[in-house]
Design a protein around this ligand. Structure first.
Ligand code: S3P
Length: 429
C-alpha cells in the first residue's frame, strides 16, 4: 500500500496510543505458563501481539477473544504441548526469542519459523546460551530461523552475564530458567526494558552502578496476568515528535506507559527543549502510566550516550526526525544494535533522511544529523523497508514537506500500530 501524507501547519487532539506491544506479548506468554485463567484488558490487536497469541494457543493455551478483553487459560509449565505444525512468529523477534526460552525449558520439540524479515535476523544470541543450558537447536546456517528446538538432557540452570543489553535475550534466558530446579541468574549491567521481571515478580538484586541480578526457577510461581495493558510509549513517541516539530500543535496522549526503562525519549526531548508535561501519573498493574501532553517546541541538538540507547532503542528512527529540526549537530552513536532490527535501521534511517534532503552522515554505529529548525522539502517518496517504525517516522517527516509525500509499503505500520493512519488524519485541524 502506498500511503500519501499531506503536510500540516498544526496538529491538535487527544488520543490513546495503541496497547503496548512488549507488554501484550509478555501477557500472552506468561498466561500460558500460569496454570489458571488470566484476563487481559486492552490486549493489542497489532500483528506482533496477535502472532504471540496464536503461538501460545498452538502451545496449548485456551484463548477466548472477547470484545473488551481476552481470557487465556494457561497450561502451566508442565502442560505445554508441542504443536503439530511450525510455530509461526510472523515478524516478531520478541515472540521468537521469548518463546524459544519457553520451549527450551519445556523440553518439547518445536520448530519455530517467521517471515522474511524475522528469518534474516540472527538468533545466535539466544542459541548459544540456551545450548549451554542443555537445549539442542538446529538453525539455518547455524544462526537463523527456522529453529528446531529440543532438549534431551536435564535443563542446566546457569549464571549468565548479558553480553548485549537486550530485553529479548534477558527474557529468553529467564523464561528457560523458570523450568529449572535451581535458579538461573541473569546479570545485567546496562538496564534494558524490565517488563519481564515486573510482570513475573521475579527476584531482582540491585547492586552498585545499576548492576542487577535477576533469578528465575521452578520455585517462582507464575502470577496471574490479569491487568490492563498500558498505551505503548513507543507508539506515542511518533506523536511526541510530531507535536514538537509542527507549529501550533497540542496533542494529549492518554494512558501512556511510562516505564523508566522504556521512556528515555521523554528526557531526551525535554533536554532538547521540548514542551512536554505529564498529568495524572498512576500505576496500571505493575507498570506506571500517565497522560502526556506535547506542544510545539524549539528544539536544540543533542548527543545520545550509549548507556541509554537500550531505553530508547525503538524510538531512534523518530528521534532522527526530531534531530533534523533541532538547531545544531546531533549524534546517535553506540547504536549498532539498530542494524539487527526488523531491517537494518541505520541504513533505513539514512535512506529516509536522504529522501527528504536532510543533511546527515551515516556512521557504522549511528548517525550524525545537521539539524535546522527552518528545514523543509518539497515532497518525497519514502521506502518503509517493510519496517513499521520506519513507515511511521517517514509519515511524521512528511508533515514537514511543502506538498504531499508518499510512503511505500505503508501497511507494515500495523505490526505495532494498526490505527496509525487514522490517528494521523484525526490530528489535522
Ligand atoms: C523488545 C526488546 C527490544 C526492542 C523490541 C522489543 C522486547 O529488542 O527493540 O522492539 O519486547 O523485549 P532487543 O531486546 O533485541 O534489544
Amino acid at each position: 500500500m502506498i500511503q500519501k501524507v499531506k503536510p500540516s501547519d498544526s496538529l491538535q487532539g487527544t488520543l490513546s496510543p495503541p496497547p503496548d506491544k512488549s507488554i501484550s506479548q509478555r501477557a500472552a506468554i506468561f498466561s500460558l505458563l500460569h496454570e489458571g485463567t488470566s484476563v487481559i484488558k486492552n490486549y493489542s490487536s497489532a500483528q506482533d501481539p496477535q502472532s504471540s497469541l496464536e503461538c501460545v494457543e498452538s502451545l496449548g493455551a485456551e484463548v477466548i477473544r472477547g470484545k473488551d478483553s481476552i481470557s487465556i487459560k494457561g497450561t502451566g509449565r508442565s502442560g505445554i504441548k508441542a504443536p503439530e505444525d511450525d510455530l509461526d512468529c510472523g515478524n516478531s523477534g520478541t515472540a521468537m526469542r521469548l518463546l524459544a526460552g519457553v520451549i527450551a525449558g519445556s523440553g518439547k520439540q518445536v520448530r519455530m519459523c517467521g517471515d522474511a524479515s524475522l528469518t534474516s535476523r540472527t538468533m545466535t544470541r539466544i542459541i548459544e546460551p540456551l545450548e549451554k543450558m542443555g537445549a539442542y537447536i538446529l538453525a539455518r546456517n547455524s544462526a537463523y530461523a527456522p529453529l528446531m528446538i529440543t532438549r534431551e538432557e536435564k535443563l542446566k540452570p546457569m549464571d549468565f552475564e548479558l553480553p548485549i543489553p537486550s530485553a529479548q535475550l534477558k527474557s529468553c534466558i529467564l523464561l528457560a530458567g523458570l523450568f529449572g530446579e535451581t535458579p538461573t541468574r541473569v546479570i545485567e549491567t546496562i538496564p534494558s526494558r524490565d517488563h519481564t521481571e515486573r510482570l513475573l515478580q521475579l527476584k531482582v538484586e540491585e547492586e552498585k552502578k545499576g548492576k542487577k541480578i535477576i533469578s528465575a526457577s521452578l520455585n517462582d510461581e507464575i502470577p496471574n496476568q490479569s491487568y490492563t495493558v498500558p498505551g505503548d510509549f513507543s507508539a506515542a513517541a511518533f506523536w511526541l515528535v510530531a507535536g514538537c516539530i509542527i507549529p501550533n500543535s497540542e496533542i494529549k496522549l492518554e494512558a501512556t506507559g511510562l516505564n523508566p526503562t522504556r521512556n528515555a525519549l521523554l528526557g531526551i526531548l525535554q533536554e532538547m527543549g521540548a514542551n512536554i508535561t505529564i498529568e495524572n501519573e498512576r500505576m496500571e498493574g505493575a507498570e506506571p502510566v500517565g497522560d502526556v501532553v506535547v506542544r510545539s517546541s524549539d528544539l536544540r541538538a543533542i548527543n545520545i550516550p550509549k548507556s541509554i540507547i537500550p531505553n530508547c532503542i525503538d524510538e531512534l528512527p523518530i528521534l532522527a526526525v526530531a534531530m533534523s529540526f533541532a538547531e545544531g549537530i546531533s549524534v546517535i552513536s553506540g547504536a549498532e544494535e539498530l542494524r539487527h532490527k526488523e531491517t537494518d535501521r541505520i541504513m533505513a534511517i539514512s535512506e529516509m533522511l536522504k529522501a527528504a534532503g536532510v543533511s546527515f552522515e551515516e556512521k557504522e554505529d549511528g548517525v550524525e544529523i545537521h539539524g535546522n529548525p527552518e528545514f523543509s522539502f518539497d515532497s518525497a517518496t519514502f521506502k518503509s523497508f517493510h519496517d513499521h517504525r520506519i513507515a511511521m517516522a517517514s509519515a511524521v517527516l512528511s508533515l514537514k514537506g511543502k506538498s504531499e509525500s508518499e510512503i511505500l509499503d505503508a501497511e507494515c505500520a500495523a505490526v505495532s500500530y494498526p490505527g496509525f493512519w487514522e490517528d494521523l488524519l484525526a490530528l489535522y485541524p
